[in-house]
Design a protein around this ligand. Structure first.
Ligand SMILES: *[C@@H]1O[C@H](CO)[C@@H](O)[C@H](O)[C@H]1NC(C)=O
Ligand SMILES: *[C@@H]1O[C@H](CO)[C@@H](O)[C@H](O)[C@H]1NC(C)=O
Ligand SMILES: *[C@@H]1O[C@H](CO)[C@@H](O)[C@H](O)[C@H]1NC(C)=O
Ligand SMILES: *[C@@H]1O[C@H](CO)[C@@H](O)[C@H](O)[C@H]1NC(C)=O
Ligand SMILES: *[C@@H]1O[C@H](CO)[C@@H](O)[C@H](O)[C@H]1NC(C)=O
Ligand SMILES: *[C@@H]1O[C@H](CO)[C@@H](O)[C@H](O)[C@H]1NC(C)=O
Ligand SMILES: *[C@@H]1O[C@H](CO)[C@@H](O)[C@H](O)[C@H]1NC(C)=O
Length: 624
């Protein structure tokens, strides 16, 4: 009874409080290269000053398109800072995001060619910029993708392709609904939707969500305007009537999107939109309809089929029937695999003589790449500083993905059992490295091949190398490694090549290593400070082992004790003799026998057999 009453009291309270819990979508905007936070017109959006970048240089920007946010700075990444550069943004709440990157052009009189580079998000390559992108006032000014971010970070990387330095104007990370653009069972972790284009049919101007006063959960999408599909096969219509069912979960489309449309003409009943696409990709296509044409007032008056590249995608579409009335939004989506370079969407009337469409969205479905084992990435980053890796290596983002842009000097292998990439080779020979090799290198325990030959690495060879069981090749030649070869290398049973020549190593080559190497593997230990102990190298000057040292110590003690005992014997015996001589001098005839007797008794009492004999043998000389 009591708890029920409490519930009645608390329930309204809870309902009252609830709105303050729903804070609206997370939104992060960065103005690249900016030293201070800035606000941009027309919506006065807040752009944070530049942070979270791996390198690059700030510069002044020329906006490549009028749809670019009105920002004055950018960040460019010269090749001398490595082919991979990123923004690594932390503390991004677990969720579904629209990630958008605006490209910039460096404002320099001498600057002429547009940079072309690849863009990856969370290790997945989502976009290769097409040449000529900066000559268009459209969505080519940015790349946008919908992705689930689940580990609290967002890694956006730019990969040089040899066509100029990547230059980034701005970054947006805008949270969207967890079911936004749900297209079917394969939706979710394994797929990123890269926005290819968004068209508002029949509208006059391109617009962002903010221009439409759209719901913030929609991610401030950009809608390009299209007034004809070509050859006056159609005409634009519009309405000021309000549209039902537009801005609703999960996609929150702006109502205005449905207030304009293209309708086919009398001469050409089919309404067809053709786009150029990348071949051999999968696309998710979203089509928007609302019956805003006053000539259609009831269900059944306009029915049409929709085909994509000739195949029926939706049959007998009746907008009024399906949306529940006129001026009501209908959204259809389908997924298609395209092998060619063109995508044609055709609305073919079955009843009535005209087709209609309000908006089109096309996404490329990009399979997410598996990333590299996190611990190995961290270890490589430690190695980067310990070895003093030159700036030109970059080593930003993920070492193994995108597969088209792995870190140089790192070999990757896909491990099916954990569905992650692991590092199986390090090839950093002749790179002018000046640091030392940290013990941590053994955390890369899938390594099969290490080549650090021809650098200026110094310090000890880490003994932890002996724990990398898969290691087959270890080439540390032509460096300044000193100290001795760690015994642990003898545990490397898979080792086939071991080159330690031309270093400053000294001491004995571990016996386990010597024994096996001589049988199976190839090796080179020459030109060191003082290695010894295997054929071809000098024999080692006997250095004593700990056991031997203990043995020698013990031996010394025993000898010392023996010496002391002997001295004592000699002293006592001498005293006896002296005494005997004194007695003999007093009463001569008995003395000799007594002396002998007393001596024998003392011997038996104090000494072992051997000592006794020694003393006995010495006896006569002492006596004389
Ligand atoms: C950018 O422009 C400002 C003036 O608008 C100038 O002071 C500054 O030196 C420029 N920066 C670069 C890197 O060209
Ligand atoms: C997209 O279409 C699929 C079926 O093809 C449907 O299950 C899904 O709900 C649609 N998505 C939205 C957001 O309407
Ligand atoms: C397209 O989707 C099919 C089926 O889902 C899949 O087998 C294929 O690998 C995908 N192709 C690309 C390029 O993603
Ligand atoms: C239109 O779609 C319907 C239903 O899928 C189908 O029966 C019909 O043949 C299609 N018409 C054309 C012309 O493709
Ligand atoms: C390591 O690199 C050097 C220099 O590039 C090369 O000569 C040597 O053969 C490599 N070592 C192995 C074991 O492949
Ligand atoms: C090895 O070289 C380092 C300097 O690189 C030096 O500090 C250290 O004493 C050397 N160790 C030996 C055993 O020669
Ligand atoms: C071993 O190393 C020395 C000096 O570093 C070099 O001169 C020699 O050619 C190497 N031997 C073999 C068999 O590679």
């Amino acid at each position: 009874m009591f708890s029920l009453r409490l519930l009645w009291i608390l329930l309204p309270l809870f309902l009252l409080l609830k709105p303050s819990f729903s804070r609206g979508p997370y939104a992060l905007r960065i103005s690249c290269g900016a030293r201070n936070d800035v606000h941009s017109p027309p919506s006065n959006a807040l752009w944070y000053k530049d942070y979270a970048y791996t390198g690059g240089i700030p510069g002044n920007a020329t906006l490549p398109s009028f749809i670019s946010p009105k920002l004055k700075t950018l960040r460019s990444f010269p090749l001398s800072e490595g082919p991979e550069n990123c923004y690594n943004i932390n503390r991004v709440p677990h969720g579904h995001y629209s990630v958008r990157i605006f490209f910039g052009l460096v404002a320099e009189p001498s600057f002429d060619n547009e940079p072309l580079f690849d863009v990856s998000v969370e290790g997945t390559l989502i976009y290769s910029m097409p040449s000529g992108w900066s000559n268009h006032d459209d969505e080519r000014a940015f790349v946008e993708a919908f992705i689930f971010l689940k580990d609290g970070t967002a890694s956006l990387c730019f990969h040089s392709t040899g066509h100029g330095d990547p230059a980034i104007l701005a970054i947006e990370i805008l949270q969207v609904d967890n079911k936004a653009y749900y297209f079917g069972p394969s939706y979710g972790q394994g797929v990123i939707l890269r926005t290819d284009r968004r068209l508002s049919c029949g509208s006059r101007d391109p617009k962002f969500g903010v221009d439409y006063s759209a719901d913030r959960w929609g991610g401030d999408r950009f809608w390009n305007s299209i007034q004809t599909f070509g050859e006056s096969s159609d005409r634009a219509i519009s309405t000021t009537n309000s549209i039902k069912q537009a801005s609703k979960s999960p996609n929150f489309y702006p109502e205005a999107l449905y207030q304009t449309a293209l309708v086919s003409s009398d001469s050409q009943p089919d309404l067809a939109y053709t786009a150029e696409v990348e071949p051999n990709r999968n696309y998710s296509i979203w089509l928007h309809f609302a019956e805003i044409d006053p000539s259609v007032t009831a269900a059944g008056q306009r029915v049409f089929n929709i085909s994509i590249n000739g195949d029926i995608a939706f049959g007998d579409v009746d907008i009024v029937g399906m949306a529940g009335g006129i001026n009501s939004a209908l959204v259809l989506n389908t997924t298609v695999a395209l092998s060619g370079r063109t995508l044609t969407i055709t609305m073919h009337p079955r009843k009535g003589t005209h087709a209609i469409i309000n908006a089109i969205e096309i996404f490329e479905l990009v399979m997410t790449a598996s990333k590299t084992l996190q611990d190995e990435v961290r270890t490589l980053q430690k190695l980067k500083s310990a070895l003093g890796l030159p700036l030109r290596f970059g080593w930003n983002g993920d070492p193994c993905v995108p597969q088209q842009h792995p870190w140089s000097g790192v070999d990757c292998q896909y491990d099916r059992t954990i569905s992650k990439y692991v590092i199986d080779g390090l090839g950093l020979d002749n790179q002018g490295l000046r640091g030392s090799l940290p013990e941590d290198i053994s955390r890369l325990h899938h390594l099969q091949n290490i080549n650090l030959s021809g650098n200026s690495l110094h310090g000890f060879i880490p003994s932890s190398l002996g724990t990398i069981a898969s290691l087959e090749i270890l080439d540390l030649s032509y460096n300044y490694f000193n100290g001795s070869i760690p015994e642990s290398l003898g545990q490397l049973t898979a080792l086939q090549r071991l080159y330690l020549n031309s270093n400053s190593l000294s001491g004995k080559v571990p016996a386990a290593l010597g024994g096996r190497l001589l049988h199976r593997a190839s090796f080179n230990f020459t030109d060191n400070k003082g290695l010894c102990g295997i054929p071809g190298l000098p024999t080692c000057r006997t250095h004593l082992s700990a056991g031997a040292k203990i043995g020698i110590g013990l031996g010394g003690c025993v000898t010392f004790l023996l010496l002391v005992t002997c001295l004592m014997c000699w002293y006592k015996r001498r005293q006896n003799i002296l005494r005997a001589q004194r007695i003999a001098a007093r009463d001569a005839p008995y003395a000799k026998a007594r002396t002998h007797f007393s001596r024998d008794v003392q011997m038996a009492r104090h000494h072992s057999h051997e000592h006794a004999r020694t003393a006995d043998e010495n006896g006569p000389s002492l006596l004389s």
